[in-house]
Write a protein that binds this ligand. Structure first.
Ligand code: FAD
Length: 444
């Protein structure tokens, strides 16, 4: 497969920064002396496991990412002091450093492109403090742990990814939004109050807007050691599934749900062709458009007029989140390996859905409610990169906003801020090399 020039350039530039093995040996000896042998692994299985993520969901990335040289060493800090010590040792020897949570990112963003040291944060998993409307947790705390702690005090995590086993640090550095985003927006919308970040130059503690260059930055600006994030009062909810004989009817009902007060936790819509790829379930009848939602208890099912109610259950919320956001890609690709996905949003998804579907072969729409309407996924048959990017160009002509999930390069409006902060915090570019786009690629 031919790579986009910016990916090839980033790959070869990062590859040229892989450390000599004699330097690696020296780092490993220093790490063992400083942190203890149980915090350091050079076992091939550990190095390989720490060098992958869910980039295999993209046919472009799985063909492009290097398999040859994984991380040289994996460290497993258990405290801020251990994390700071490991980063300082790698900095002194100029060894690349890649932070890692649970490796569920989709863009290859946790894959070390220059080998070096992977820092597995999953052992720093404590919930440190709970307040009214916020929680402070170590970066490796999973959403299961965080949500359980919040529930004990009558609260819930305001917004979380469908990968509930992933870490808060990985979500802040690699994710965007998910369950709860209808009410609470995305990462950038006041979800993060304060961070504790380890950089090659030391520890920084950004607050409020100062946290922005650390969000969805793949760790290039620093390693999040702890985060204070938004909680909301916990509410009792029910899961609903309905089916419709037309897309417009399913979307109209979905829009009624999005306008509810208090807002739903989740609203999803699928084309019947996608429903057919999910594990069989009586509440997902074949040949019909599916609408699924998690709403506050006391909801009036009369609002689902025009459809057939398939399920109303207090137990269904967790299941319905595994049929939303990128879980849809995972499930669809399990059934049909030839598919690829694009992340899409904008009014055209609902107002001009047939034109949207027509841009790529066999395209199918999945919608998820967000604070400003529906976003979602366009899944289509993957022919080749050229066909895919012709489709992306046509989508943009239709007014669709496309986030390209087939690149590990950072982009978007925050890029200039991320680049400037990376330059200040990590002038030698040791943090996750290869993820900032080369300047020659015409980027900010
Ligand atoms: P990792 O994959 O380990 O890391 C992600 C990125 O952050 C990497 O670049 C890594 O280097 C960096 N990083 C990790 N930890 C730190 C740290 N402590 N400090 C600095 N940088 C760090 N995402 C969403 O936003 N919403 C969803 O609903 C969603 N659903 C998904 C469903 C499926 C099936 C899959 C496969 C992915 C989904 N994702 C979703 C993407 C991903 O699961 C989430 O963003 C997740 O929260 C990432 O956490 P992680 O611990 O796995 O991070």
């Amino acid at each position: 497969m031919t790579l986009a020039p910016s990916l090839s350039e980033a790959l070869s530039e990062a590859g040229s920064r892989a450390p000599d093995l004699s330097i690696v040996d020296s780092l490993v000896a220093r790490l063992r002396a400083s942190l203890g042998s149980d915090r350091v692994s050079t076992a091939e299985a550990a190095r390989r496991a720490a060098s992958t993520d869910y980039a295999f969901l993209s046919p472009v990335l799985s063909a492009a990412l290097p398999a040859a040289r994984p991380a040289d060493v994996v460290v497993y800090p258990r405290s801020l002091d251990e994390l700071t010590a490991a980063v300082a040792l790698a900095r002194d020897l100029e060894v690349p450093i890649v932070p890692r949570g649970k490796g569920t990112g989709n863009y290859g963003q946790a894959v070390p492109l220059a080998a070096g040291m992977v820092v597995d944060l999953s052992g720093m998993d404590g919930v440190l403090e709970l307040g009214n409307g916020w929680a402070r947790a170590e970066a490796g705390a999973t959403f299961v742990v965080l949500e359980t702690a919040a529930r004990r005090v009558g609260q819930e995590v305001a917004m979380l990814p469908t990968t509930v086993g992933s870490t808060i640090g990985g979500f802040l550095a690699g994710g965007a939004g998910g369950v709860g985003s209808i009410e609470h927006g995305l990462l950038w919308n006041g979800f993060v109050r304060e961070l504790e970040v380890v950089t090659p130059g030391g520890v920084v503690r950004p607050r409020g807007e100062e946290c922005l260059p650390y969000l969805h930055a793949y760790g290039v600006t620093g390693i999040i050691a702890a985060a204070t994030v938004k909680l909301a009062p916990a509410r009792a909810r029910i899961g609903l599934v309905a089916s419709y004989d037309s897309f417009d009817a399913a979307v109209a009902a979905g829009q009624e749900l999005l306008a509810l007060q208090p807002p739903p936790r989740l609203v999803s819509v699928d084309d019947p062709e996608l429903v057919a790829l999910y594990p069989p379930d009586a509440c997902l009848p074949l040949g019909r458009y599916s609408l699924r939602a998690v709403v506050d208890k006391g909801f009036d099912p009369g609002l689902l007029a025009g459809g057939r109610i398939e399920l109303v259950s207090e137990e269904a919320a967790a299941y319905l989140s595994t049929l939303a956001f990128n879980h849809v890609t995972l499930r669809a690709k399990k059934a049909r390996a030839d598919l690829c996905h694009l992340q899409v949003s904008g009014g055209a998804l609902v107002n001009n859905a047939d034109a949207v579907r027509s841009v790529l072969p066999g395209a199918m729409l999945h919608l998820d409610g967000l604070s400003d309407g529906f976003g979602g996924l366009l899944l289509s048959e993957f022919r080749d990169t050229a066909t895919l990017y012709e489709g992306v160009a046509r989508l943009r002509e239709l007014g669709v906003f496309v986030v390209d999930p087939h690149t590990w390069l950072l982009g978007g409006p925050a890029l200039a801020n991320i680049r400037a902060t990376a330059q200040a915090n990590d002038p030698k570019g040791l943090l996750n090399p290869g993820k900032l786009p080369p300047r020659s690629a015409g980027q900010q």
